[in-house]
Design a protein around this ligand. Structure first.
Ligand code: FAD
Length: 412
């Protein structure tokens, strides 16, 4: 007879660990939670882990509130850079606009954190958490619907067959568990790749994030905390046609910097140094089903977005909070965590937020890449319009900060 856990989380990336921490916070102690992660989780940071690579993530204000409640924010704050303003511009065109946190009475428009640091903080919070059992390095290799939930097969450290009342699938964008369970995905390739690297500039970023739309695709430079005294660092996310990304990822540093400077301009002075470069193919991937009896698909396994608006992880975190809230209410009412009615409630409550956020991330790059002069004019007017129409700007900023979708956190 195999052992049973009430909740099994398959995948301990940024989403899976956040999910474990939030569930342990809101569910009663008799609900058992197990997290299974394929790679050895970094106990004090340092070890390589694919979810926590050289990328950085722009956390929205709503994500800050979530991490405050999980009590990891104070530690995270040691190495994150508040975004005090966002400069949005369009290469070779007239429009530009400046969004400033101070104009909205907020401490910041968002916070840039290096994934390695986020991973290290989350993994140590997990290690300190007595409520969550961790099985790592180990993988869930098979999942089948069974009488009261799911039958799981695991491979790796401490692996043994398990019964789970609820399986939370958080194994990333090319989810092998979704394939196992017959959950289909739609895949809309953008024919663009994201080139990611850290950049050292001569001039300070002064807490400014730059979002620049070019005919090749959007280019973002997000402010980072200096790694060494007086070293001004920003995180680059440069969306490019695949062949351009391939040529720029390996070219000599000076050639790379000259090309970036030509595209970005001199708002940060001379660009002096580029760190390790990596390239990610971009597509909009969505699971056809997110809930079933005893199963919820979360994070990138449910929806992987274009990174232009920095929304993918922030949306996933709002999903995490809502799922935890709905499960807690269900358990309090005497229903099992895997109860389809409870899980459908979660799906309904997050549907509008997901549709809005995915639509926004999908439309913005397309709008700004068109060479059509009429669309170009519209886009310039839109940027200029943001500057002259404060209510429009307020709405844009609220969306970018994830506040538009925020529920029940005691903030607007
Ligand atoms: C270039 C780029 C920039 C981005 N910038 C931002 C940003 O600024 N803001 C933002 O909000 N979002 C951003 N995103 C999106 C963000 O990176 C994703 O939302 C996030 O990585 C999703 O994490 P995840 O935990 O769902 O998946 P993953 O990070 O892929 O984690 C999945 C985990 O599951 C494990 N695993 C896989 N299979 C199994 C198995 N069978 N059993 C057990 N474990 C398994 C893997 O080892 C891995 O640790 C960006 C994305 C890209 C590509």
């Amino acid at each position: 007879m195999s052992e049973r856990r009430d909740i099994v989380i398959a995948g301990g990336g940024m989403v899976g660990i956040s999910l474990a921490l939030e569930l342990s916070r809101v569910l009663p102690p008799e609900i058992s939670i197990l997290l299974v992660e394929g790679f050895a989780l970094p106990a004090g940071g340092g070890d390589y882990h694919p979810s926590f690579d050289a990328r950085s993530t722009a956390l929205s204000y709503s994500s800050r509130l979530v991490y405050e409640q999980m009590q990891v924010w104070d530690e995270l704050q040691q190495w994150l850079c508040p975004i005090e303003q966002i400069h949005v511009s369009s290469r070779g065109r007239f429009g530009s606009t400046l969004l400033r946190a101070a104009d909205h009475g907020w401490p910041a428009l968002g916070y840039v954190v290096e994934n390695a640091w986020l991973g290290s903080v989350l993994a140590s919070a997990l290690a300190r958490n007595p409520r969550v059992e961790v099985c790592s390095p180990a993988r869930v290799v098979a999942a089948r619907a069974a009488a009261a939930g799911l039958s799981l097969e695991l491979e790796g450290e401490g692996a043994q067959p398990l019964q789970a009342g609820l399986l939370l699938v958080a194994d990333g964008a090319r989810s092998s568990l979704c394939r196992q369970l017959g959950v289909a995905h739609s895949d809309k390739p953008y024919a663009q790749h994201a080139l990611v690297a850290n950049i050292v500039s001569a001039r300070p970023h002064a807490g400014c994030a730059f979002e620049r739309f070019t005919d090749e695709g959007p280019l973002a430079l997000l402010p980072l905390v200096p790694a060494a005294a007086a070293q001004q660092r920003s995180a680059l996310v440069w969306t490019l046609p695949p062949e351009r990304a391939a040529s720029l990822v390996d070219c000599p540093q000076q050639m790379f910097l000259a090309e970036l400077q030509r595209r970005f301009g001199y708002r940060l002075g001379r660009l002096r140094q580029v760190g390790e470069r990596s390239v990610y193919p971009l597509s909009l991937v969505q699971a056809a089903e997110q809930v079933r009896q005893g199963v919820v698909v979360m994070g990138n396994a449910a929806h992987a977005l274009h990174p232009v608006a920095g929304q993918g992880f922030n949306l996933a975190l709002r999903d995490v909070v809502e799922l935890a809230r709905v499960l807690a209410a269900g358990v309090a009412a005497g229903r099992a965590p895997g109860d389809l009615g409870v899980l459908q409630q979660y799906r309904e409550r997050q549907r509008a937020d997901q549709q809005r956020t995915i639509g926004f991330s999908d439309r913005v790059p397309a709008l700004f890449m068109h060479n059509d002069p009429v669309l170009g004019l519209g886009r310039d007017l839109a940027l200029a319009g943001l500057d002259i129409a404060p209510p429009l700007k307020q709405a844009f900023v609220r969306h970018a900060a994830g506040m538009a979708a925020l529920r029940g956190h005691g903030h607007g």
